[in-house]
Design a protein around this ligand. Structure first.
Ligand code: OFO
Length: 164
């Protein structure tokens, strides 16, 4: 059974993961309109992943005697400044999410909820991967700079679901 404190913290995280999914979706739509098909495909895939992160938390809350809440979601921005900006804000968002996950882990220890602490380890590992991926993308974009051919290849590579 989860305590009310842990339940509330997990539900707050559900809302954040679901909002992440929305933000990635808006970015994907923007990229698609720019003709960046591969980047759009990557962002659509990532939006699905974030939804899965929210769903996994919801199922856990209910399994542990809580009640998972479906959150109201805000409207993410429609326009982006550019592809570099998109990946900069992805990295920033993922760093923030890592901080939120750490706070929940910390709360679990304070509440002596070792079951949720164990469950959250999946998210801790996932955040390492999410941050790594965002940094790798930014490094590649930095290398590409203003080279249109480089951007073409970057976009083409991302069309492959195995690429990221
Ligand atoms: Fe759910 O990891 Fe990204 O935000």
């Amino acid at each position: 059974m989860v305590s009310k404190k842990v339940e509330n913290a997990l539900n707050a995280q559900v809302a954040k993961e679901a909002m992440s999914s929305q933000v990635y979706l808006a970015m994907a739509s923007w990229a698609e309109v720019q003709g960046l098909e591969g980047i759009a495909a990557f962002l659509y895939r990532h939006s699905d992943e974030e939804r899965m992160h929210a769903l996994k938390l919801m199922r856990y809350i209910n399994e542990r005697g809580g009640h998972a809440v479906v959150p109201a979601l805000g409207k993410p921005p429609k326009e982006m400044k550019g592809i570099m900006d998109v990946f900069k804000s992805i990295l920033q968002q993922e760093v923030e999410v890592s901080g939120e996950i750490n706070d929940i882990v910390d709360l679990c220890l304070k509440e002596k909820d070792y079951t949720t602490h164990n469950f959250m380890q999946w998210y801790v590992a996932e955040q390492i991967e999410e941050e790594r991926l965002a940094r790798t993308m930014l490094d590649k974009l930095n290398l590409i700079g203003n080279d249109k051919g480089g951007l073409y290849l970057f976009d083409r590579d991302l069309n492959n679901p195995g690429s990221a």
